[in-house]
Write a protein that binds this ligand. Structure first.
Ligand SMILES: Nc1ncnc2c1ncn2[C@@H]1O[C@H](COP(=O)(O)OP(=O)(O)O)[C@@H](O)[C@H]1O
Ligand SMILES: [Mg+2]
Length: 453
């Protein structure tokens, strides 16, 4: 229940208001003068103030001004004697919400109080709605229905305004690029450049010059000088993708830039200083590379100031429906087609797939499906999921390409379910598992065991 602060020097009047408003369900605090009232205002936080304009000591008008300075949004109703309407007008100009002329009936006062509290409530509701709306639109391209992605976004929110180095972890296609861009766009560097470099896409002998630039004559073929990515990213963000694959010779140089914020171009003598925020990404567990000695420990700790791990899609299947909707509307408008949704059976297929290629794979499936679809709904026949259960044809490894043993096992479970048409006892038999063992494995990969077959 709202709390009302009553400021009135006439004891009888004050008592009357207290009684009446308490009876109406409000909590009341009261004060005989402005000085006491200001003290009480700081001790408790009333939702509304009723004050007489004529008070001993500090005047009601001065009191009103002080209240407004402290809390602009707090509604203040002033009481004034009949015949002094001018002061009431003055009070309104100073920020009073409404005035009541003495003598008034208690019913009249109640009416004004309720009206003011309603207005305040509406205003607050409006404000929080506006804020919620703003929040929702802050990342219009990022689906984050799952608690795991919500957490990623809240870390982004916290870390973006700082200059801290971020290390993004997550399987290929999970959204590392997307999140790196979010961090840049939410930072004070948003108007600066966002430069990306993928170390696996560049041969080792070129990587150094790509990163740090070179001077004319630095090597055969260097007929002019060229700035590197670090220089290009000045006042912005440099995104080092696949950091785990950076060769040791370059790791040393990166470490120096991180520590000293300076470097030289290849073949150059001038030391360059840049103002760059670094974001690195890896789809491997770098700690493993540390143990194997292929990644420098000192560099790892410099990069891993704020780690953000993006969970694989199979661990946050709640995101699938919203991702499907996002991609559908994107591709439908690209293809100029009227596709509004997806059939339940098709959605079930998407929910049950293992998604080794994560969001990127889902995006590809929806793109292909949108191209194939001929109606307003994507049907199961439009969904072409590449089954990765078959071993790679030209097998240099004995596991299917890109899959770990665990992922492959999960794929086999999915395949068994498909062949058994969802009948779990039959699927268990196909896998040579007991019904209980299958149930355990299904719960591990996020398939609810809702019905007994
Ligand atoms: N949460 C998400 N919401 C919307 N689109 C996403 C999301 N995560 C990934 N994507 C999209 O999926 C694709 C692959 O994501 P990307 O960031 O390139 O993955 P990674 O860098 O981890 O390989 C991109 O087109 C990206 O926009
Ligand atoms: Mg990427």
């Amino acid at each position: 229940m709202p709390t009302i602060l009553i400021v009135e020097d006439e004891a009888k009047m004050r008592r009357l208001l207290e009684l009446d408003l308490t009876e109406d369900g409000f909590t009341t605090i009261s004060a005989p003068d402005a000085e006491t009232a200001l003290k009480k205002l700081h001790e408790s936080t009333p939702d509304l103030v009723i004050t007489d304009l004529k008070l001993p000591g500090m005047s009601g008008l001065e009191f009103l001004e002080q209240v407004k300075r402290a809390n602009e949004a707090l509604p203040v109703i002033v009481m004034t004697a009949f015949g002094t309407v001018e002061t009431a007008v003055e009070a309104m100009k100073a920020g009073a919400s409404d005035y009541v002329l003495k003598p008034f009936s208690l019913a009249e006062m109640r009416l004004v109080v309720h009206k003011e509290l309603d207005v305040r409530h509406l205003r607050e509701e409006n404000r929080s709605l506006r804020e919620a709306l703003k929040k929702r639109h802050e990342y219009p391209n990022v689906v984050a229905q799952s608690a795991k992605m919500q957490e990623v976004l809240s870390t982004v929110e916290r870390v973006a305004p700082t200059n801290a180095t971020v290390l993004l972890g997550g399987e290929s296609g999970a959204g590392k690029d997307l999140i790196a861009r979010c961090i840049h766009e939410k930072s004070r560097r948003a108007n600066g450049p966002f430069i990306k470099i993928n170390s696996t896409a560049i041969p080792e002998n070129l990587l150094e010059s790509e990163l740090f630039g070179y001077e004319k004559g630095a090597f055969t073929g260097a007929t002019s000088s060229k700035p590197g990515k670090f220089e290009l990213a000045d006042k912005g963000t440099l995104f080092l993708d696949e950091i785990g694959d950076v060769p040791p010779t370059i790791q040393v140089k990166l470490l120096r830039v991180l520590q000293e914020r300076e470097f030289e171009r290849l073949g150059g003598t001038k030391t360059l200083k840049v103002d760059v925020r670094l974001i690195a990404a890896t789809n491997r567990d770098l700690r493993e590379a540390l143990e194997q000695g292929t990644f420098r420990e000192d560099l790892y700790y410099r990069l891993n100031v704020v780690p953000i791990d993006i969970a694989p899609l199979r661990e946050r299947k709640e995101d699938i429906p919203a991702l499907v909707q996002l991609f559908l509307s994107r591709f439908a408008s690209e293809l100029n087609k009227e596709i509004t949704g997806i059939a339940p059976e098709a959605m079930r297929m998407l929910m049950e797939h293992y998604w080794p290629g994560n969001v990127r794979e889902l995006q590809n499936v929806i793109e292909r499906g949108s191209a194939l679809s001929s109606g307003p709904l994507l049907n199961s026949s439009d969904i072409r999921i590449e089954s990765r259960t078959r071993p790679a044809a030209a097998g240099n490894g004995f596991l299917p390409e890109g899959l770990t043993l665990e992922q492959w096992e999960d794929e086999m479970i999915h395949e068994a379910l498909r062949r058994a048409n969802g009948n779990k006892s039959q699927a268990a038999r196909l896998l040579g598992l007991s019904r209980n063992a299958l149930r355990y494995r299904l719960s591990k990969i996020g398939i609810a065991d809702e019905q007994e077959n």
